[in-house]
Write a protein that binds this ligand. Structure first.
Ligand code: SF4
Ligand code: SF4
Length: 343
């Protein structure tokens, strides 16, 4: 039986955003409420207790939080941390970012006008490019994270090559729109937009083949071979080679500290109660439902599901340098306090 250790967590630490991306719902439903710094630190302690290894801080734009410096400083002592920015805030928060393990800047194309249109903000492309260059020069581990969609699929290989050659790592999101798995879903992210919806399946298969080839020559392409082969198969014949491990090996937390298996599912606990309910019958039942779920193709959830075991984590380590840091920061065989008693 698969272990229930949660390796990966995404924490949507704020619902505020300063951009207006076309395929995103977040900025349409902003909320000024969020956890306090003290609550964030307490929440991070809970994640330590559960044995979490890897935390992605996103939002909204997490860098809009005044206390991001403190959050990253604390989190990076115990976890492999990645923080997202759309390229607008990173230079203002550069000292905070020195504390993170990875900074991901979202950039979808090398075409300035097109990118500004996707982001809904004039000048966003230029700002993102300057930010990436500056962070890289400063020695901050910056990478770019394009969202692959029908609108930029034919540019992904050249975009990847451009940055990988400069030794700036690239990892990806896959455009997906929310089809709520529960009516009271945790957080609305992907907005349906026909121009982004991937319809050319053959081109997607070709792109996977191209990236698989490119990966052999450049270690800055940080999507795993297993993930690329899985997506390729999905677009080739619709086969889902993974079983979802939401609420088992990964989960989401929102800006109010509510926990759900994924953002399309309803909140099922508060972060502060999580150790009490993690091994409950209710959670076991939810895991069974989620494992059969096939409602989404959000790439991060596919990666977490494919690599959501000790073996899966070692495969990431073998595949690229990004998670080699997992080895050093937190031993994969660590037994989380609350779970160790029951194994
Ligand atoms: S995709 Fe990110 S940067 Fe763009 S509006 Fe949504 S949360 Fe903001
Ligand atoms: S497949 Fe998993 S991540 Fe996607 S909606 Fe279902 S439970 Fe959530």
């Amino acid at each position: 039986m698969a272990s229930n250790r949660p390796y990966h967590v995404q924490w949507l630490v704020t619902r505020k955003c300063n951009y207006r991306c076309k395929g995103c719902n977040v900025w349409r439903e902003q909320d000024t409420k969020e956890l306090s710094t003290e609550e964030m630190i307490r929440g991070l302690d809970v994640l330590r207790e559960l044995g979490v290894i890897d935390i992605v801080f996103s939002g909204g734009n997490p860098l809009l939080r005044d206390d991001i410096d403190e959050i990253l400083g604390y989190a990076s002592r115990f976890f492999v941390t990645t923080v997202y920015d759309n390229g607008s805030m990173a230079l203002k928060k550069i000292d905070a970012l020195r504390k993170a393990d990875f900074v991901a800047i979202s950039l979808d194309t090398l075409n300035q006008e097109k990118n500004d249109n996707f982001k809904g903000v004039k000048g966003s492309w230029k700002k993102a490019m300057q930010t990436i260059e500056s962070l890289h020069e400063e020695g901050i581990r910056v990478g770019i994270s394009p969202t692959i969609s029908q609108s930029n699929m034919d540019e992904i290989a050249s975009l990847t090559e451009y940055f990988a050659k400069k030794e700036i790592p690239v990892w990806y999101c896959l455009y997906s729109h929310d089809t709520a798995a529960d009516s009271d879903q945790l957080f609305k992210i992907g907005k349906l937009d026909d121009k982004f919806e991937i319809t050319d399946r053959e081109a997607m298969v070709k792109l996977c083949d191209t990236l698989l080839e490119m990966k052999k020559k450049n270690s800055n392409i940080l999507i795993t071979t297993k993930t690329l082969n899985t997506i390729k198969r999905l677009y080739l014949d619709g086969e889902r080679l993974w079983k979802c491990r939401a609420l088992q090996n990964f989960f989401m937390i929102d800006h109010l500290g509510r926990v759900a298996g994924c953002h399309l599912r309803k909140p099922v606990a508060s972060i502060f109660d999580l150790p009490n309910v993690w091994n409950s019958e209710n959670f076991e039942d939810l895991r069974k439902v989620y494992r059969k779920c096939d409602r989404c193709i959000y790439l991060c959830y596919i990666v977490y599901s494919l690599h959501g075991s000790v073996r899966g984590n070692f495969q990431i380590v073998q595949d690229n340098w990004k998670s080699a840091r997992l080895f050093w920061k937190r031993r994969l065989d660590f037994k989380p306090l609350s779970l160790a008693k029951q194994q």
